[in-house]
Design a binder for this molecule. Structure first.
Ligand code: HEC
Length: 132
Protein backbone atom coordinates (compact mmCIF):
# COMPACT_ATOMS: atom_id res chain seq x y z
CA UNK A 1 0.00 0.00 0.00
CA UNK A 2 1.37 3.41 -0.94
CA UNK A 3 1.62 6.13 1.68
CA UNK A 4 -0.96 8.21 -0.15
CA UNK A 5 -3.51 5.39 -0.19
CA UNK A 6 -2.96 4.74 3.51
CA UNK A 7 -3.60 8.41 4.28
CA UNK A 8 -6.74 8.40 2.13
CA UNK A 9 -8.05 5.29 3.91
CA UNK A 10 -7.31 6.74 7.33
CA UNK A 11 -9.07 9.99 6.40
CA UNK A 12 -12.09 8.00 5.23
CA UNK A 13 -12.13 5.91 8.42
CA UNK A 14 -11.83 9.06 10.53
CA UNK A 15 -14.69 10.74 8.69
CA UNK A 16 -16.94 7.70 9.13
CA UNK A 17 -16.09 7.53 12.83
CA UNK A 18 -16.86 11.24 13.21
CA UNK A 19 -20.25 10.93 11.45
CA UNK A 20 -21.11 7.78 13.40
CA UNK A 21 -20.32 9.44 16.75
CA UNK A 22 -22.40 12.45 15.68
CA UNK A 23 -25.40 10.25 14.86
CA UNK A 24 -25.15 8.39 18.17
CA UNK A 25 -24.90 11.70 20.05
CA UNK A 26 -27.88 13.13 18.13
CA UNK A 27 -30.01 10.11 19.01
CA UNK A 28 -28.96 10.22 22.68
CA UNK A 29 -29.81 13.92 22.98
CA UNK A 30 -33.12 13.46 21.18
CA UNK A 31 -34.06 10.61 23.51
CA UNK A 32 -33.33 12.78 26.55
CA UNK A 33 -35.56 15.54 25.16
CA UNK A 34 -38.25 13.03 24.24
CA UNK A 35 -37.98 14.13 20.62
CA UNK A 36 -37.56 12.18 17.40
CA UNK A 37 -34.49 9.93 17.41
CA UNK A 38 -34.00 9.57 13.66
CA UNK A 39 -33.01 12.20 11.13
CA UNK A 40 -36.17 11.59 9.00
CA UNK A 41 -38.31 11.91 12.15
CA UNK A 42 -36.55 15.12 13.09
CA UNK A 43 -36.99 16.50 9.56
CA UNK A 44 -40.72 15.64 9.59
CA UNK A 45 -41.08 17.62 12.84
CA UNK A 46 -38.95 20.50 11.60
CA UNK A 47 -40.98 21.15 8.45
CA UNK A 48 -44.39 20.72 10.09
CA UNK A 49 -46.20 24.07 10.48
CA UNK A 50 -46.99 25.20 14.03
CA UNK A 51 -50.42 24.15 15.20
CA UNK A 52 -50.26 20.97 13.16
CA UNK A 53 -48.28 18.95 15.68
CA UNK A 54 -49.56 15.39 15.96
CA UNK A 55 -51.80 14.98 18.96
CA UNK A 56 -49.86 11.79 19.69
CA UNK A 57 -47.01 13.77 21.23
CA UNK A 58 -49.41 15.91 23.26
CA UNK A 59 -51.18 12.83 24.55
CA UNK A 60 -47.80 11.28 25.42
CA UNK A 61 -46.74 14.37 27.39
CA UNK A 62 -50.11 14.50 29.13
CA UNK A 63 -49.52 10.89 30.12
CA UNK A 64 -45.87 11.37 31.10
CA UNK A 65 -46.61 14.30 33.43
CA UNK A 66 -49.63 12.49 34.92
CA UNK A 67 -51.93 15.49 34.38
CA UNK A 68 -54.84 13.08 34.97
CA UNK A 69 -53.84 12.79 38.63
CA UNK A 70 -55.72 16.10 38.95
CA UNK A 71 -57.63 16.61 35.68
CA UNK A 72 -60.23 14.61 33.84
CA UNK A 73 -59.76 14.42 30.08
CA UNK A 74 -61.96 12.39 27.75
CA UNK A 75 -63.80 10.94 30.71
CA UNK A 76 -60.74 9.67 32.63
CA UNK A 77 -58.88 11.26 35.53
CA UNK A 78 -59.38 13.09 38.81
CA UNK A 79 -61.26 16.25 39.74
CA UNK A 80 -58.73 18.29 41.71
CA UNK A 81 -58.57 20.69 38.76
CA UNK A 82 -61.17 21.43 36.10
CA UNK A 83 -62.12 18.97 33.36
CA UNK A 84 -59.85 19.90 30.47
CA UNK A 85 -62.24 19.05 27.64
CA UNK A 86 -63.51 22.34 26.30
CA UNK A 87 -60.65 24.40 27.77
CA UNK A 88 -60.53 26.17 24.37
CA UNK A 89 -63.82 27.86 25.32
CA UNK A 90 -62.21 29.31 28.46
CA UNK A 91 -58.61 30.06 27.51
CA UNK A 92 -56.70 31.11 24.42
CA UNK A 93 -53.63 29.20 23.21
CA UNK A 94 -51.38 31.91 24.71
CA UNK A 95 -53.21 31.78 28.04
CA UNK A 96 -52.82 28.00 28.21
CA UNK A 97 -49.11 28.27 27.41
CA UNK A 98 -48.58 30.95 30.06
CA UNK A 99 -50.58 28.91 32.56
CA UNK A 100 -48.52 25.76 31.89
CA UNK A 101 -45.29 27.74 32.15
CA UNK A 102 -45.89 28.85 35.73
CA UNK A 103 -49.39 28.32 37.17
CA UNK A 104 -48.63 30.07 40.47
CA UNK A 105 -47.60 33.22 38.66
CA UNK A 106 -51.13 33.43 37.22
CA UNK A 107 -52.91 32.15 40.32
CA UNK A 108 -50.84 32.29 43.53
CA UNK A 109 -51.57 29.32 45.78
CA UNK A 110 -52.87 27.06 43.00
CA UNK A 111 -52.48 23.32 43.56
CA UNK A 112 -51.14 22.88 40.04
CA UNK A 113 -47.36 22.43 40.19
CA UNK A 114 -44.85 24.10 37.94
CA UNK A 115 -43.46 21.46 35.58
CA UNK A 116 -40.55 23.47 34.13
CA UNK A 117 -41.70 22.45 30.68
CA UNK A 118 -39.74 23.50 27.62
CA UNK A 119 -41.46 26.05 25.36
CA UNK A 120 -41.96 23.30 22.78
CA UNK A 121 -43.61 21.01 25.36
CA UNK A 122 -45.90 23.87 26.38
CA UNK A 123 -46.91 24.43 22.75
CA UNK A 124 -47.49 20.73 22.13
CA UNK A 125 -49.61 20.39 25.28
CA UNK A 126 -51.58 23.56 24.47
CA UNK A 127 -52.23 22.44 20.88
CA UNK A 128 -53.27 19.02 22.15
CA UNK A 129 -55.68 20.48 24.72
CA UNK A 130 -57.17 22.84 22.11
CA UNK A 131 -58.28 19.80 20.11
CA UNK A 132 -60.24 18.38 23.04
C1 HEC B 1 -51.81 18.70 41.63
C2 HEC B 1 -52.93 18.90 40.76
C3 HEC B 1 -52.70 19.29 39.32
C4 HEC B 1 -51.90 18.68 38.39
C5 HEC B 1 -50.98 17.48 38.57
C6 HEC B 1 -52.10 19.39 37.14
N1 HEC B 1 -53.01 20.40 37.32
FE1 HEC B 1 -53.70 21.66 35.88
N2 HEC B 1 -54.82 22.62 37.25
C7 HEC B 1 -54.98 22.25 38.58
C8 HEC B 1 -55.93 23.14 39.22
C9 HEC B 1 -56.38 23.06 40.67
C10 HEC B 1 -56.35 24.05 38.23
C11 HEC B 1 -57.35 25.18 38.35
C12 HEC B 1 -56.69 26.44 38.77
C13 HEC B 1 -56.84 26.60 40.24
O1 HEC B 1 -57.99 26.72 40.68
O2 HEC B 1 -55.84 26.59 40.94
C14 HEC B 1 -55.64 23.69 37.01
C15 HEC B 1 -55.82 24.34 35.81
C16 HEC B 1 -55.31 23.91 34.61
C17 HEC B 1 -55.60 24.51 33.33
C18 HEC B 1 -56.56 25.68 33.09
C19 HEC B 1 -57.95 25.10 32.98
C20 HEC B 1 -59.04 26.09 32.77
O3 HEC B 1 -60.18 25.63 32.63
O4 HEC B 1 -58.80 27.28 32.73
C21 HEC B 1 -54.92 23.82 32.40
C22 HEC B 1 -54.90 24.06 30.89
C23 HEC B 1 -54.19 22.78 33.09
N3 HEC B 1 -54.44 22.86 34.43
C24 HEC B 1 -53.38 21.86 32.47
C25 HEC B 1 -52.64 20.89 33.14
C26 HEC B 1 -51.70 20.01 32.50
C27 HEC B 1 -51.43 19.98 31.00
C28 HEC B 1 -51.14 19.26 33.47
C29 HEC B 1 -50.03 18.25 33.32
C30 HEC B 1 -48.80 18.77 32.76
C31 HEC B 1 -51.75 19.64 34.72
N4 HEC B 1 -52.64 20.64 34.48
C32 HEC B 1 -51.46 19.07 35.96
C33 HEC B 1 -54.33 21.21 39.22
C34 HEC B 1 -53.40 20.37 38.62
Amino acid sequence: MTGRRAIALMTLAGTLLFLGAGAVNFAAQARRRGGPTSVPGWLAGAVRPPGALPSGRGAALFQRYACRSCHTLDGAGAHVGPVLNGVRTRKTRDEIIRWLDDPARIKPGTKMPRYHLTPVEEQILADFLLTR
